[in-house]
Design a protein around this ligand. Structure first.
Ligand SMILES: *Cc1c(COP(=O)(O)O)cnc(C)c1O
Length: 404
């Protein structure tokens, strides 16, 4: 059997479609976000990053950096074990209390990533609740889909952000089966938001529990950074809130929050929680510092909103086609994987602008896009430079404009 050939054939197919992934090699520079060096064909070059998930630059916040250094000096690098066997640190316990407070829940549980938290929590709920049916929004993240698949529970998919379809789907499930309605608050590829209140109303009507992924919202929405559910005053209507420490909080790790019994249930039955080394204490300490900062500080959120609004307005003026949505994510639509990659390459090489092309299977074919995430540290001059570059590319490549 020629395994090399088997591997290569599939890679060749991906390349022919324009969907082969090429990672930009970055060197972040602490204190200079969103500036970073890109290791390109002609050596290292300083660029402005426009697609970071360190949405607020907290990964380079002096207090957060110091917390990580201090805790490393105090405790060393690794946690030294799983949560069950010697790996539970005081920092983990403090962070879980901080997270429970953030979402006004009784308890929280840390995981080694947001991906793992979704995979493990949905996997455990679906497999441990007898007769469970997971009712999943059609655009849910891969980590939720994999968790549901892993649980082997029955799965029903409802039309994206459509509470009426959810209502119909729930009505078809026998009343005595435990139902879990799983969805996200901010969908990261279109930047649209779920109608959370309506979804909760429908879930309540059918006695379903609600599971929300607030990964793209924690730190950024709500007066304390508790997410969209906090902003709308709906946290108490959600049974389980899931989030990440790796995006707006600028660190690493994932979590769920909910009732004491719910978190204890996942803690006790989830393989993905228990059979893996706990987060380094320094990561937990840094994350707690970041969360605390964003619980009281509004400047990062306000400034991010201002810069998002400015970029949107300029794109509209220039007729650069972008999806309108209420979030901080600005998808500029290209609609072709090869063009999308080419524009991204030119932006990097000629303009020092880094935005990753987003192609299939991350988004449906024909909806390839560049996804911009303006943050509080992008200057007005950065926005002007970006818009100038896009404008000249749209001219050079005769790309379609959007008439307002
Ligand atoms: C990034 C992401 C995750 C995974 O979080 P990580 O901490 O990066 O593993 C989960 N859900 C959604 C919607 C995401 O975009």
């Amino acid at each position: 059997m020629d395994f090399e050939k088997l591997f290569q054939n599939q890679l060749d197919d991906l390349k022919a479609e324009g969907n082969y992934r090429i990672f930009a090699e970055m060197e972040r520079k602490c204190g200079q976000h969103p500036r970073a060096a890109n290791q390109g064909p002609d050596g290292a070059k300083d660029v402005t990053v426009w697609c970071s998930n360190d949405y607020l630059g907290m990964g380079q916040h002096p207090d957060v950096v110091e917390a990580m250094i201090d805790a490393t000096r105090a405790c060393g690098t690794g946690s030294g074990g799983t949560r069950n066997i010697s790996g539970t640190a005081v920092q983990h316990v403090a962070l879980e209390a901080e997270l429970a407070d953030l979402h006004h829940k009784e308890a929280a549980l840390l995981f080694t990533s947001g991906y793992v938290s979704n995979w493990a929590a949905l996997g455990t709920l679906g497999s441990r609740l007898p007769g469970a049916v997971i009712v999943s929004d059609s655009l849910n993240h891969a980590s939720m889909i994999e968790g549901i698949r892993h649980s082997r529970a029955d799965k029903v998919i409802w039309r994206h952000n459509d509470p009426e379809d959810l209502d119909r789907k729930l009505a078809e499930i026998p009343a005595d089966r435990p139902k879990i309605v799983a969805f996200e608050s901010v969908y990261s590829m279109d930047g649209d938001m779920a109608p959370i209140a309506e979804i909760c109303d429908v879930a309540d009507k059918h006695g379903a529990m609600t599971y929300i992924d607030e990964v793209h919202a924690v730190g950024m929405y709500g007066p304390r950074g508790g997410g969209v559910a906090e902003e709308l005053g709906l946290m108490d209507r959600i049974t389980l809130i899931e989030g990440t420490l790796g995006k707006a909080f600028g660190c690493f790790g994932g979590y769920i929050t909910g009732s004491k019994a719910l978190c204890d249930f996942i803690r006790s039955f989830s393989s993905g929680f228990i059979f893996t080394t706990a987060l380094p204490p320094a990561v937990a300490a840094a994350a707690q510092t970041s969360i605390r900062h964003l619980k009281s500080s509004q400047v990062e959120r306000q400034r991010q909103r201002a810069q998002v609004a400015k970029l949107r307005k300029r794109l509209t003026q220039l007729g650069i086609p972008h999806l309108d949505n209420p979030s901080h994510i600005i998808p500029v639509m290209i609609g072709d994987p090869i063009k999308c990659r080419m524009i991204s390459d030119i932006l990097m090489q000629d303009f020092g602008i880094y935005v990753q092309p987003i192609n299939y299977p991350t988004v449906p074919k024909g909806t390839e896009r560049l996804r911009f995430t303006p943050g509080p540290l992008h200057s007005d001059a950065d926005i002007e430079h970006l818009c100038g570059a896009l404008n000249s590319l749209w001219q050079q490549c005769a790309l379609a404009r959007q008439v307002a």
